[in-house]
Design a protein. Structure first.
Length: 260
């Protein structure tokens, strides 16, 4: 990757005695940040977190998104933009080679993404069909980062037999993301059935007393199922990213023996 090549170049220059330790430290400190006036692009994020900076597009202009994405794509070969509406996508796609738009979650990413066909599974569950856009934001995010995804949609507590009828899928999951609106009960149900991390995503789906997802959020925060973690309302991206970090940490421990 470009940032690793740059780090290697600086260290090689230092080893040849062509710069001082102080100069090398300064170069390492400064090179990751690209200042383009309206954004400071963090090119060092891949080294720290395993994936480049993700672009949240809400509130940005299409030109700003293009400028940021083109630099991230050029430096890292991959990219992810969230909260992209159809009009913005129409303006962005012709300017980012190889980009693909997922209209349901509102995500732009490389067209060439191929999720692994083996390895640990992140299972993304939605309580209802109306929760699918948030669930898909989690699923596509984790796929772009490089994880294997399975989906299980419209299996909420109004018909619990729908969920239990997919036990073979549930038991294979290494991490589970549950997106639910209304009363948000599905996360507790799933959390009480499995021995893996469950990330609950309250959605803003529901009638007036759901208060735009606040009811589901509070229900999930008060879950009696131990080990259920909750992200913000409609934050499918945060759930998908967190699920990926959990698996990444587990993979690193297996590869290095750390934590044993």
């Amino acid at each position: 990757m470009a940032e690793k090549d740059r780090v290697r170049e600086i260290l090689q220059t230092l080893s040849r005695g062509e710069m001082t330790v102080e100069e090398a430290a300064l170069a390492l400190d400064r090179f990751p940040i690209e200042d383009i006036a309206f954004a400071h692009i963090d090119h060092h994020r891949t080294l720290r977190r395993g994936f480049p900076e993700v672009v949240f597009c809400q509130g940005k202009t299409a030109d700003q998104v293009v400028a940021i994405l083109s630099r991230i794509a050029g430096a890292h070969g991959t990219f992810l933009a969230t909260r992209v509406d159809a009009r913005m996508a129409d303006a962005i796609l012709p300017q980012i080679p190889g980009a693909r738009y997922h209209p349901v979650p509102g995500i732009i990413c490389p067209e060439s993404i191929e999720p692994p066909k083996s390895g640990p599974i992140i299972l993304v569950i939605s309580a209802g069909t109306s929760d699918i856009p948030v669930a898909e934001e989690a699923a596509v995010t984790a796929e772009v980062i490089g994880y294997r995804i399975e989906r299980l949609y419209d299996v909420g507590v109004a018909g619990l037999h729908r969920l239990l009828g997919h036990w073979d899928v549930i038991r294979r999951a290494a991490v589970i993301v549950v997106a639910a609106g209304m009363e948000g009960a599905l996360a507790s149900v799933v959390g009480g059935l499995v021995a893996v991390p469950v990330i609950a995503v309250p959605t803003s789906v529901g009638y007036g007393a759901s208060f735009g997802g606040v009811t589901a959020l509070l229900a999930m925060l008060n879950s009696c199922a131990a080990g259920v973690t909750v992200v913000n309302i409609d934050n499918g991206f945060g759930a998908g990213y967190a699920a990926g970090l959990i698996l990444s940490s587990r993979r690193r421990e297996e590869e290095t023996g750390e934590g044993a």
